[in-house]
Write a protein that binds this ligand. Sequence first.
Ligand code: SAH
Length: 343
Amino acid sequence: MQCNNAMEPNEILVLLKTPPAERPALFARANKVRKENMGDEVFLRGIIEFSNICANKCAYCGIRAPNTKVRRYRMSDDEILEVAKRMPEWGQTTIVLQSGEANSVEENKRIGKIVARIKKETSLAVTLSCGNRTKDVYAYWRGCGMDRYLLRFETSDPELFSKLHPDCTLEERLQCLRSLRDVGAQVGSGFMIGVPGETLEILARNIQICCEFDLDMIGIGPFIPHPDTPLAGTLNAYHDDTDMYFVAVAVLRIVNPDAHIPATTAFDAVFPGHEGRNLVLQRGANVFMPNNTPKAYRGDYLLYPDKPCVDEDTGDCSLCILGRLNLLGREVGTGPGHTRKKR
Ligand code: SAH
């Protein structure tokens, strides 16, 4: 099934305005669309937050460059490989390497080399999530074996985007997504739900952009104010109706029937005890990203407060999710979990 391009922004808006009494039906519809298009398999993509070194000043992010309270780290190539080699035994077929934005010739080469080593020494599909780069750098990484890239556009409103990101414009970010498509990578993007200043119209447009870009993967999660950022003390736009976070995912699924949609970690920060991510898996999501970052570094990669599983170690999240999927009546995805899109 193709991306539901026929849907107009105002139709998306109508879905987003579903009154509370009718939301259970909306969630059931999203779950059905997920089941029909993506099946009951949940793909496990293990994430390693390999570096928190960052040059940017994103207003919401806990590891932004000006936050001097953060102890900066970068894992060695051998440390990354050691985790990567264990992932297949945990049912994980994709590795996601995420970091702050450290754009130097040296760092870009290092990332390319680690991608090539993972491709050579394991059977894993490789996703990178390291921020904005030129098309040449993306092409180089693709040549090293990178399969996919995650880069959220965060918000579709150009003014709001600029307020949140002193280091780049929305157009530059969207251009990165086009470059990634051009070099042949599978493209993942998405946005935060409820950044201060977001309206339902902006949220509708966020969802529509995902469709327009025909994204292979779409990750969205609630904005959570971090105390050591300029947005400290602000409130999520839907703080008094947090079910809107799930409404956003459900509508995202209805509008993007065949995209991979993860149950993102931020949902567990808002709804603890793993309730958030469990619910998202039943309201449209078909992907789960266990945290594989070694315990020694987890506490230093706090993009937002109350991140779950910070006291756990590599491998713990992978075991936990297997039990959770069993309870939800879902299966672990087999195979690389590439895009379902036929281009
Ligand atoms: N440096 C990379 C990785 C970013 S971290 C990049 O720029 O792409 C991954 C995601 O975490 C971001 O895209 C953002 O959407 C999310 N994030 C960061 N701070 C957050 C916060 N305070 N609340 C919710 N999500 C946040």
